[in-house]
Ligand binder design. Structure first.
Ligand code: F6R
Length: 266
């Protein structure tokens, strides 16, 4: 039988506390399994988590040297040193500030001559590393995980994806608020890649810039559908959502107003 369950939620008072809790889960993994394979996300949400990991490395000697890292995604067609490339992001927020081994850092190459071959190479690289022990995710306002946009086939591995207008608008905040500058394509782990991770954690806080209350609500409680990629997580046996109290409250309000509506219809 297919496993479907409401994912576990871990609620923190605010963004800083949420970031610390998530960082502590990664640190615990690095302590118990120094050569762990860890999948990482970019975007605004995990920045606080990376800052805490860097602090733990500097002040407590948290060791990254034996671990292997695979990032979820990368834009197609922008240079690696572009300030908004995910290569640049990861080095700025984490890799340049800890003792990760450069040979064990993997980020899809959005400038590969043969993008299909790059996707196949990346997917195989994850398998060859023994699979991902812990995958970190953010979630888009349209329910995307990685850059698996609504409608993405749940059976896909790493693939080339066309970014939706909503994602390009949401990410314009990183590109001088100009959505024309946001690339139209990306390489992304697929739902099947993400679901093959042994454990998954999703971070989401309430932000004015991208209202993702609906997406978080549906990921936790909605029907599982390819139209909202994050809903597939309900089928994973070991997933936790790290939320700040503010988004948790918005999700609860949404549930309350839905049951009020169905009550008044009865
Ligand atoms: C980033 C990624 C995306 C983001 C999502 C949320 O590697 O895969 O799915 O996690 O777009 O972005 P933020 O955190 O900026 O709201």
């Amino acid at each position: 039988m297919t496993h479907i369950e409401t994912p576990d939620t871990i609620i923190s008072a605010n963004y800083a506390a949420m970031s610390k809790k998530a960082a502590h889960e990664i640190a615990a993994l690095l302590h118990s399994k120094p050569d762990a394979v860890i999948g990482l996300a970019t975007g605004s949400t995990p920045i606080g988590m990376y800052a805490e990991l860097v602090r733990m490395h500097e002040e407590e000697g948290l060791d990254f040297s034996q671990a292997t890292f695979f990032n979820l995604d990368e834009y197609v067609g922008i240079p690696h040193d572009h300030p908004q490339s995910y290569h640049h992001f990861m080095h700025e927020h984490l890799f340049s500030n800890v003792n990760a081994n450069p040979e064990r850092i993997h980020i899809p190459n959005g400038n590969a001559v043969d993008l299909e071959a790059e996707c196949a190479r990346y997917e195989q690289g994850i398998k060859d590393a023994g699979g991902i022990d812990l995958q970190v995710l953010g979630i888009g306002a349209n329910g995307h995980i990685g850059f698996c946009e609504p409608g993405t086939d749940f059976t896909l591995g790493t693939h080339i994806t066309q970014l939706t207008e909503q994602t390009r608008n949401d990410n314009a905040r990183f590109f001088d608020d100009d959505h024309e500058q946001v690339p139209t394509e990306a390489l992304s782990m697929g739902p099947a890649t993400i679901m093959s991770a042994k454990r998954i954690i999703v971070l989401a806080n309430n932000t004015a810039k991208t209202n993702k209350t609906h997406a978080v609500h549906d990921a936790l409680y909605g029907d599982v559908t390819q139209d909202i990629p994050a809903t597939i997580l309900q089928k994973h046996p070991d997933v936790s959502f790290y939320l700040d109290w503010s988004i948790q409250r918005e999700v609860q309000k949404m549930i309350a107003s839905q049951s009020e509506r169905s009550f008044s219809r009865d």
